[in-house]
Every structure is written in structure tokens, then in C-alpha cells.
Design a protein around this ligand. Structure first.
Ligand SMILES: Nc1nc2c(ncn2[C@@H]2O[C@H](COP(=O)(O)OP(=O)(O)OP(=O)(O)O)[C@@H](O)[C@H]2O)c(=O)[nH]1
Length: 383
């Protein structure tokens, strides 16, 4: 009966652990090398959590000499693997000396437990030692998550709550439980099984939520970014620009719009080919980005047409900025694939009038740009 119960619980937890491990393979690997390592530690954490119940089963079935040190060793190792996984996930490098200290801690813990066991000390002494050892790395992991909580991702909040729960259980609930139920009772195994199952499942969930959340952030940025030039794209304009103008209106702030178009860009493609044209476009955007303030946004509306949204910048300041950009572009030589080319660009500038909508301001900036083209290009015209 005892064996059957042990076998079922250890087997069930093995299934959960291996589903969890398989699940980490299915998750997309983070590109950052530290974050990628966190997945490896997560796998080992799930495996060593399973080892805790396996050793508990051994102890329960008369192999206390192997089982108990195994439980304490595997539980402390799990806590450290959890700490490593959390630290790597949040991009924190761990010094080699700290890794040795953790390994030493586990070895000493197993040694002391064996001594206590063979010296026939009270079992609660070994339990208390092991529990307090587990609490330390869990507390460190919890602090690490707390530092990143200002990012407010769902996965971080979930992981933080789980770590709090584990700490509370380790420090309060489990000692109370150990003190009230005989160590040889089969309930010990069931309680350990239930506790580890909850920790494993919530850890897997928070880990996946964390990774999915960062993928969403990346996806959001990709959807709004032009892959060739790195400037924002039309989707960004339609989604963000109305918010920007509403914000300016509500706070009585000025907002200027600069429309910009490269002159005779077709001839660059025709003379040197599309690859050189692409490099020139990329370089053109870099030159502009270098000149803009952090608050200004460069948007590629299509082809070689761009918009610059400039909050807290009045018409005259925007005109001066466009003039500076025009000058820099015309003076900069662009080298692409052994050819050196010079570009010029035309600009239309408008300060968004009070109570006007942004789309009509863009339309007027475009009209000023056409005017600049008609008047001979390489110039700035303000509405
Ligand atoms: N290489 C490259 N060329 C592009 C890209 N997008 C648009 N173009 C080219 O940009 C050129 C735009 O040509 P036009 O609209 O005639 O304008 P333009 O030659 O710049 O003349 P003006 O605007 O009147 O001064 C076309 O040849 C397009 O093929 C791109 O992503 N890469």
C-alpha cells in the first residue's frame, strides 16, 4: 500500500516535471544569452523538484539514510536552481565565487544532516536546518524579481507572488505541520507532493507568461518599425500620432509636423541599383535620427517620404530644425558599395494649429513640401 502510494505520487510528479521540461523546449529561446540560460536552469529546477519527492519516497519506505539527505540536498539545490533561473531571466550575471558558495552550502547541509541522522538527534533539527537553507535562495530570487517589478509584467507579478508563498510556507506553515504530524506518516509525502506540484505548475506558468510578455513587447515594436531604416512606420503613425496630438491639445502644448522627401531618389536607383538605393535610405535616416531630440519621432510614411513629429516645438523651432537637417543632408557624402553619392531633401513644416486635427496638419505639411519641390527642391517651406 505504502509502495503503491509512493510510486503513484513520484510517477505523477515525474509526468508533470517532464511536461514542464518539454514545455521549455517549445518556448521560443530568448535572444539574450543570459535569458537563454534561464531556460536551462528552469529545466534543472523542474527535474530537481521531482528528485525531492523521489527521495522523500525512499525515506518513507525505509531508506532514510539515503532518502533524508537526498530530500534536503535536492530541495536546497532546487531553491538555488530557481534562484539561478530567476536571475538569468532578469538578466543578472552571477559571480563564480557565489556559485562555489552555493555548492559548498549544499554539500555542508548534506554533511550536517548525515551527522545529525547518525548521531540520533531529534529529526526536527535536520528539518529546521534544511528549511532555513531553502528560504535563503528563495528570498534572494524574490528580491531579484522585485527589482524588475516596475516593468509590471504579469509573469513577474505571478512569480513574485509564488516566491512569497514558498517563503511563507517554508518559514511558517511547514514547521507547524512538521511539529504536528509524525515524520513517518504517509501524509508527509502527500504534503510534499502537493506543495511541489503547486510550485512547479505556478513556476511554469509564470515563466511562460514572462517569456510571452517580452515577445509581445518585441512584436509590438516590430509591427511599428520599418525594417530597412529603423524609423517608425505608417502603423505607428495611425496608432500613436492621434494620442500624441490629443496629449498636446489637452496640455496646451505646441506640436510641429515636418514632412520630408528625398529629391530625385529615382535617379539613385536608376544609376546605381536598388541595393545602393536601400543603403542610401538607411544612411539618410541615420543622419536625421542623429540630429533629432529624443522626443521627436521619425516616421517612414512610404518609399522616400518621411514625417517628423516634434512635440513641444513651435513652428519657428521646427523650421530651424528642418533647415539644419536639410543642410546636414546636402553636405554629407554617402558611401555605398564603392560609390559615393550626395542626397538633398525637401521639407514642409507646420505648427499644428489649436483645435486642428493631426491628419489635416500633415496634409498641410505635405502641401508645403510639394511647394518646396515645385520651387526647385533642397529647401524648407513653412505653412
Ligand atoms: N532602393 C529603394 N528605393 C525605393 C524604396 N522605396 C521607394 N523607392 C524608390 O524611390 C523612388 C521614388 O521616386 P519618385 O516618387 O519618382 O520621386 P523622386 O525620384 O524622389 O523625385 P522627387 O520626389 O520628385 O524629387 C522610386 O524609384 C522608388 O522605386 C526602397 O525601399 N528602396
Amino acid at each position: 500500500m505504502q509502495y503503491t502510494q509512493t510510486f503513484i505520487q513520484v510517477g505523477l510528479l515525474a509526468v508533470v516535471a517532464f511536461i514542464g521540461i518539454g514545455f521549455t523546449f517549445a518556448l521560443p529561446t530568448p535572444r539574450h544569452h543570459l535569458k537563454a540560460k534561464s531556460v536551462v536552469y528552469a529545466r534543472w529546477f523542474l527535474f530537481s523538484s521531482w528528485l525531492v519527492v523521489a527521495f522523500q519516497g525512499l525515506a518513507q519506505n525505509g531508506y532514510g539514510n539515503i532518502g533524508l539527505p537526498g530530500v534536503y540536498g535536492a530541495a536546497t539545490l532546487s531553491a538555488y536552481l530557481l534562484l539561478m533561473s530567476v536571475n538569468k531571466r532578469y538578466g543578472h550575471e552571477i559571480a563564480r565565487i557565489k556559485k562555489y558558495a552555493a555548492a559548498l552550502h549544499i554539500v555542508i547541509l548534506i554533511g550536517v544532516t548525515l551527522v545529525l541522522k547518525f548521531a540520533q538527534y531529534q529529526p526536527w533539527l535536520a528539518h529546521a536546518l534544511a528549511l532555513s537553507s531553502i528560504a535563503f535562495p528563495v528570498w534572494l530570487a524574490q528580491k531579484r524579481v522585485q527589482q524588475s517589478l516596475n516593468k509590471e509584467t504579469f509573469g513577474s507579478r505571478l512569480l513574485y507572488s509564488v516566491l512569497w508563498l514558498v517563503l511563507l510556507m517554508v518559514l511558517v506553515a511547514v514547521p507547524v505541520y512538521l511539529g504536528n504530524i509524525a515524520p513517518q506518516s504517509p501524509y508527509h509525502l502527500t504534503a510534499t507532493f502537493a506543495l511541489i506540484l503547486v510550485i512547479m505548475l505556478t513556476f511554469m506558468l509564470s515563466f511562460a507568461a514572462n517569456i510571452l510578455q517580452s515577445l509581445l513587447v518585441k512584436l509590438h515594436s516590430l509591427v511599428h518599425t520599418d525594417p530597412l531604416t529603423g524609423a517608425k512606420n505608417r502603423y505607428f503613425f495611425y496608432e500613436t500620432a492621434p494620442k500624441l496630438s490629443a496629449h498636446a491639445r489637452r496640455n496646451n502644448e505646441v506640436l510641429s509636423v515636418v514632412a520630408c522627401d528625398i529629391d530625385h531618389f529615382k535617379s539613385v536607383n536608376d544609376e546605381h541599383g536598388h541595393v545602393v538605393g536601400d543603403i542610401a535610405l538607411k544612411r539618410f535616416c541615420e543622419i536625421i535620427q542623429e540630429q533629432l531630440r529624443l522626443e521627436d519621432t521619425l516616421i517612414r510614411m512610404g518609399g522616400e517620404e518621411f514625417l517628423i513629429l516634434s512635440p513641444q516645438c513651435d513652428g519657428e523651432q521646427a523650421r530651424l530644425m528642418a533647415e539644419r537637417l536639410r543642410e546636414t543632408i546636402s553636405e554629407t557624402k554617402i558611401t555605398a558599395r564603392d560609390v559615393t553619392i550626395s542626397l538633398t531633401a525637401s521639407f514642409g513644416v507646420i505648427e499644428m494649429p489649436d483645435n486642428a486635427d493631426l491628419l489635416s496638419a500633415v496634409k498641410h505639411a505635405d502641401l508645403a513640401l510639394f511647394d518646396a519641390k515645385a520651387k526647385g527642391r533642397n529647401q524648407v517651406i513653412m505653412v
